[in-house]
Design a binder for this molecule. Structure first.
Ligand code: XMP
Length: 319
């Protein structure tokens, strides 16, 4: 019978056979897929693996630290941590068009990754946390309609340019199986159970130009929202939940004073693969509590809305 432990052992043998005594580099993003791929490969070949974590400065509060602590600290995996937040912010300054944002971020990830890989002296193998749905999607997309809704930057491009052989131990798995494998490998639940997070990060949750101030404001809202979701025991029932910082100022009243501050939107959806999604039906008391906390605790936000658009016709992210 098929078991996850059996699958793990088989993959470990396969990785050893493919890689031999070669060197592997793996881009860590903080997400489930690259985390599981990295840990599995490390279990197979130890220090022949080096991970490169490019921190773009557009992640959620605490997530970059957690990646470093978990992989370098707890798992003892060789990890290059490159804080590229200043570079990303500089290149994103004044960029408002969603596709330009995505392409800018994608280009920077690749450039910085290549730079760090070169510093390591290169490697024969590049590890990626490609899943089965990614394989299918890129196949059907290549023969499908030529409309790009959003350019995802985490697939393709890199291996061709860098002339490396791919190691993709997850390419037969679906998301829920990757999570099971991650648990089998001892990766903490806070990473294994984490909601999907897009490569372009918080930048595509800030319509308009992205600045450090806006990122910090959005992070404060996001932390409260997710804290309340966890506290209510709803995190695992939701595919993805996040806040969006709206480029809109509205009038409000606080104490005896008038405010003229920014509005934010909250989003939460259920989904099985991200291709379609339904709005999560929070009860009103929950939304009310979250909105109350946000306007009281986050200076600069005085209005909260809940996004009730399913996919289609909306997409999950706002850009
Ligand atoms: P959309 O917004 O297209 O998102 O409905 C579908 C799912 O994909 C995630 N997403 C991305 N993931 N790189 C990623 O790794 C990206 O560029 C990207 N854009 C969107 C999104 O968070 C949702 O889970």
């Amino acid at each position: 019978t098929w078991t996850m432990a059996g699958f793990r052992d088989l993959e470990i043998a396969r990785i050893r056979k493919q890689v031999g005594t070669g060197r592997v580099i793996c881009g860590l993003s903080g997400g489930v897929d690259s985390s599981v791929a990295a840990k599995l490969i490390h279990d197979a070949i130890g220090d022949q693996l080096t991970c490169i974590f490019v921190d773009p400065g557009i992640m959620r509060t605490g997530e970059a630290d957690e990646v470093v602590k978990t992989f370098r600290g707890r798992f003892n995996i060789r990890l290059v941590h490159r804080d590229a937040s200043e570079l990303f912010l500089k290149e994103l300054a004044g960029v408002t068009d969603p596709e330009t944002k995505r392409k800018t971020i994608g280009r920077l990830f690749i450039e910085v990754f290549e730079e760090e890989a070169a510093k390591l002296g290169g490697a024969q193998f590049l590890a990626q946390g490609t899943l089965y749905p990614d394989v299918i999607e890129s196949v059907s997309f290549s023969g499908g309609p030529s409309v790009t809704i959003k350019s995802h930057h985490n697939v393709g491009g890199l291996p061709d340019r860098m002339n490396m052989e791919l190691v993709e131990p997850l390419r037969e798995l679906f998301k829920d199986e990757v999570r099971m494998l991650g648990r089998e490998l001892g990766i903490p639940e806070s990473i294994v159970g984490r909601h999907p997070f897009p490569g372009p990060g918080l930048a595509i949750r800030i319509p308009g130009d992205v600045t450090k101030e806006k990122l910090d404001l959005l992070r404060k809202v996001d932390v409260i929202y997710l804290e309340e979701i966890r506290r209510a025991g709803l995190y695992d029932a939701i595919w993805q939940a996040f806040a969006v910082l709206l480029p809109v100022r509205t009038v409000g009243v606080m104490g005896d004073g008038r405010t003229y501050d920014q509005a934010c939107a909250l989003r939460a959806v259920t989904s099985t693969d991200g291709m379609t999604a339904e709005v999560y039906p929070f009860d009103f008391a929950f939304l009310n509590r979250v909105a109350g906390r946000i306007v009281n605790e986050v200076r600069g936000i005085n209005r909260v809305t809940y996004d009730i658009t399913s996919k289609p016709p909306g997409t999950i992210e706002w850009e």
